[in-house]
Design a binder for this molecule. Structure first.
Ligand code: HEM
Length: 417
């Protein structure tokens, strides 16, 4: 089976490839061009993501395409210790347990800790949108989770632009297909992002003024003892969270908004029907997962679905294909905003690495969609809009989401009428 994650057809419609894979009954196959094993099928994907012994996370943040020697030499400075998403047991369990103790992972605790803050951020961004008759909603979708993750970590919003640029480059280096020239620039950005995390943590550790946010909480947990947590481990957790916290949620917000704006009745329902809002979000996560491919490598020969994957193989675990498995979902390619079993999706992973930020992401999605639908009821997708996603083997994010307001709601039109 072949999959070209960087091709124009895959970037436009990845589901067409998943459909082919699932229909050919070859849910586990080797792609010689990618040099990776492709894993599809709901149960296979769930089993692989849950198995931290035979499927390692240690290479999750190693670029999937071969980087040049020069880019590799630059990247050597990114010497973050393995924590959370890049760690295997027992280090994974240790660092995840610390995160879980300090980071709200239930809907209620997330709402209590961040509900008001997220509402303020959403309100400001929607006020900006109200002044425009046309806009790119991806600007909103990016800024909201970017500001929120900086708030959560206790980092200044004035750093948003550089953090965004570095993270984008890091993601392209890891899961894109950059030219050798671009690899060098992206490697520098990745190291700059790592140094930024190290400096932010070290400055607070050295001064003893730990400050607010999760970085402060981790330093207080550390209590000046490396046996609890080292400064480098805290910086690595910050790197994990900055990367995982906003790119994914921006992608998910773009998908949920796109599906919501496709039909005016859907948009209207989201304004005042909380049940529909929550079903819509779960179906958007299922139908269009923001991470639709994820990485593992085998620590031993593993037989999966009757196929033996040799030890040391890299695997592209197709979460998107799992979420479209007809064995689990009726009419999986249709977006059904009232689908009741959508919540079985694997958009946040499964098992020991299950997403720490799922409750936060759902809170951001809910607050954003509800507020936008209430305050901009006449928002529509721009005429002639063509859906396009950034080429990536892992992250599915719209390149743009152009929208317009019908004239009655546009302040300029209202003024002149
Ligand atoms: C819609 C948005 C999001 C999606 C689709 C998503 C998806 C995922 C997935 C698929 C995994 C599993 C990785 C694996 O199995 O190796 C994961 C893990 C993780 N996510 Fe998320 N995520 C989202 C939002 C967030 C947010 C907002 C945060 C933090 C603020 C976050 C932090 C993490 C962390 C730290 C892990 C690693 C957990 C571990 O390895 O134990 N994510 N996420």
């Amino acid at each position: 089976m072949r999959l070209d994650p960087f091709s124009e057809p895959y970037s436009r419609d990845p589901a067409a490839t998943w459909r082919r894979m699932l229909a050919t009954s070859a849910p586990v196959s080797y792609d010689p061009k990618l040099g990776m094993w492709l894993i599809a099928g709901h149960d296979n994907v769930r089993d692989v993501l849950s198995d931290t012994i035979q499927f390692s996370n240690a290479m999750t943040l190693v670029p999937i395409t071969q980087v040049s020697a020069l880019a590799g030499a630059i990247l050597a400075a990114l010497d973050a210790p393995a924590v959370a998403v890049t760690a295997d047991p027992p280090q994974h369990l240790r660092t995840r347990a610390i995160l879980r103790a300090l980071f709200p992972t239930t809907t209620l605790r997330a709402q209590q800790q961040w509900g008001a803050l997220i509402q303020v951020r959403v309100d400001h961004l929607v006020t900006d949108l109200e002044q425009q008759s046309t806009a790119d909603l991806m600007v909103f979708a990016v800024h909201l989770p970017l500001y929120v993750i900086l708030d959560v970590l206790g980092l200044p919003l004035t750093d948003a632009a550089v953090v965004r640029a570095w993270t984008d480059d890091f993601a392209q280096l890891l899961w894109g297909n950059p030219t050798p020239q671009a690899q060098i620039a992206y490697a520098h950005s990745s190291v700059a992002l790592w140094r930024y995390c190290v400096d932010a943590v070290t400055a607070r550790a050295d001064s003893g003024d730990y400050g607010s946010g999760l970085i402060g909480d981790l330093l207080r947990y550390r209590h000046n003892h490396d046996a609890n947590l080292t400064v480098a481990e805290i910086a690595a957790l910050a790197l994990n969270l900055v990367g995982a916290g906003w790119e994914t949620t921006a992608g998910a917000l773009g998908h949920a908004l796109d599906h919501a704006l496709t039909e005016p009745e859907r948009w209207a329902r989201l304004a005042d029907d909380e049940h529909s809002l929550s079903l819509h979000i779960e179906e958007a996560l299922r139908h269009s997962p923001a991470i639709d491919g994820w990485l593992r490598h085998t620590t031993t020969d593993v037989t999966l679905d009757g196929v033996t994957i040799p030890a040391g193989s890299r695997c592209l675990v197709l979460i998107g294909a799992a979420n479209h498995d007809p064995a689990v979902y009726d009419e999986p390619y249709a977006f059904d905003p009232l689908r009741v079993r959508a919540g079985q999706h694997l958009a946040f992973g499964a098992g020991p690495h299950y997403c720490i930020g799922a409750a936060l992401a759902r809170l951001e999605l809910t607050t954003a969609l509800r507020t936008l639908a209430r305050r901009l009821p006449d928002l529509t997708l721009a005429a002639g809009y063509q859906r396009q996603f950034t080429p990536s083997a892992a992250l599915r994010q719209h390149t743009a989401l152009p929208v317009q307001q019908r004239p009655a709601r546009c302040p300029v039109a209202r003024y002149s009428s």
